[in-house]
Design a protein around this ligand. Sequence first.
Ligand SMILES: *Cc1c(COP(=O)(O)O)cnc(C)c1O
Ligand SMILES: [Zn+2]
Length: 454
Amino acid sequence: MKAKAFQQCIIPSCGETYDLHALRTACEKCGNLMDVRYASKPSPTLKEVFDERRNHRGDIFNESGVWRFRELINFPGVDCDDYDAYSNILVSLDGAEGRTKPFHLTRVAEYVGMRSENLWLQFEGDNPTGSFKDNGMATAFTHAKMLGVKRVACASTGNTSSSAAAFAANEGIEAIVFMGEGKIAQGKLAQTLDYGARVIQIRGDFDDAMKWVKELVTRKGLYVVNSLNAFRLEGQKTMMYRLLAYLKWRMPDWIVFPGGNLGNTSAFGKAFKELYDWGWIKKKPRMAVVNAEGANTFYKLFTELGVTWNGGRVDDDIIDSYYTDLEQQGRKAKTKASAIEILQPVNLKKALRTLEYTDGVVVQASDKEMLDARAIVGRNGFGCELASAATIAGIKQLVSEERIQPDETVVGILTGHMLKDPDTIIQYHLSPGNTFSNTPHVVANDLQSILAIL
Ligand SMILES: *Cc1c(COP(=O)(O)O)cnc(C)c1O
Ligand SMILES: [Zn+2]
């Protein structure tokens, strides 16, 4: 089956289309973001095919939790049944990306006040480079390869750069990474350097780094692998396909996840919109996006200032004046959850579209709420990155405010691996005042002392 795909401006009243091979992150006419669009309508009978592929029999593109669903993200237009054809075009970390599924964690369910069977958590930290970003890099690098790109660039708080560096190393492409100086967790910086990316540390934060990368796209024609790249978001849709396939296409009531640059918010909404339009699903789950209090632009604009997608007629004036105020006050993003320490989310409008489409909500969580929530995930023998714990803090809040009802089903996405930022975790446990801290015992080097504490 061959699919035809193209790029299109997200604003319906513009709707300018571009060739699949065009190097674009913004519409030439109106400056807004792009979507990947498909002319074909995949058949729901593929649900069985996807299940069968979980017995991958050595085909890495069936093993991959991204490419197992290749008919639904087939912008390269490959013959999805012909291994020789698709294996030459699709990019994969040897089938390792996206091998995740939802599961239950009883202590987390207790903590947020839900019955365990109603709460599913999908651990995207289990990806090869330790975050959900690998889902998106598989498709972004496939597009880059179609274009014959030799250099890719990104701005990163860490996980984007680790993932981009790994895919680039595998494909023999050069990766250039812009980071805010001192704004990156040790584990992530270690990976990025080790995978051979060129790291440029800017004396600024993520929002500054992102600004320069955008500028370099125009000046140097760099291929950007941040989430403003519409092809990256195609891969991130598969997180939703995996959970639906695992739940045998029974629709959960809520999907809850952290919001940084709002790539996931955009991708998840697109996934459900397409499935709905293709006649695969009858009901859409509600999205709940969780901002950190110290990086809460989406919360402020949507929840407090009432900015909505409004069918594509977004009130730009409110957004512009909000950003002008931020600049005048010299306000910078500030949270320990570095992966969501972003004040100017590039996917803002796509994310507003998702909220309109899924009757979504935005809440915010404090660092303390995230730190405690993260520790509870750890107590289950799993663990996640601090930003991921925004998910748990958000669910807890929505349950206590009775916005999530007792009989509703929730899937939370845990976006990153705990070992990417061990410093934050150790500091939490070293301070006995924290709610769930587990402080090491220091004892004298003799049997009596050791026996005395046991
Ligand atoms: C990138 C990242 C996020 C933010 O996701 P967006 O799609 O940019 O909103 C959250 N958590 C982790 C661990 C991340 O790496
Ligand atoms: Zn446009």
